[in-house]
Design a protein around this ligand. Structure first.
Ligand code: DGP
Length: 141
């Protein structure tokens, strides 16, 4: 699959910008994040230059899904950590800064560095849940 776009990640995949490469196959490229939240923080990127996850082909999605656990295991072993987050941002308001799909793998060190999220939640409203479920199911194809 060709890399048609010029995002910074496409340039990394093409070798035009150097990176600390961890893994590569026909569809996927993985390398260390330049601004790690903890040691071993890595990015897993499809070669397909989709901007957000909802635009990604099933072929690339399958390929990413296949290798995320394997790369995570290698990072956990190498960093001697047991816990980690997968983070995947879509859109500027959702904290995406590079507009080429990517999954973060972020080791979590107990009481130490790693992803920090102030989770803001409220209990599920049952009426809203029923109508949302119907609407979402209708839109699955
Ligand atoms: P996000 O906010 O989810 O779009 O995260 C983008 C990440 O990409 C951010 O953690 C920093 C990383 N990043 C940006 N530019 C480069 C680069 O040139 N090289 C590497 N290795 N990482 C980069």
């Amino acid at each position: 699959m060709g890399v048609k776009e010029n995002s910074i990640f496409s340039q990394i995949i093409e070798g035009k910008i150097p990176s600390h490469k961890l893994y590569e196959d026909e569809f996927v490229f993985s390398f260390l994040d330049v601004n790690p939240q903890s040691p071993g923080h890595a990015l897993v990127v499809p070669k397909e230059p989709a901007k957000t996850l909802d635009e990604l082909s099933e072929e690339s999605a399958e390929a990413i899904g296949r290798v995320l656990p394997k790369i995570s295991r290698a990072i956990l072993k190498a960093t001697r950590t047991k816990e980690f987050n997968i983070l995947q941002n879509n859109g500027p308001n959702a904290f995406q800064s590079v507009f080429h799909v990517h999954f973060h793998i972020i080791p979590k060190i107990p009481g130490g560095p790693g992803l920090e999220i102030p989770f803001v939640t409220s209990p599920l409203d049952q009426d809203e849940a029923r109508s949302l479920t119907a609407e979402i199911r209708k839109n699955l194809d």
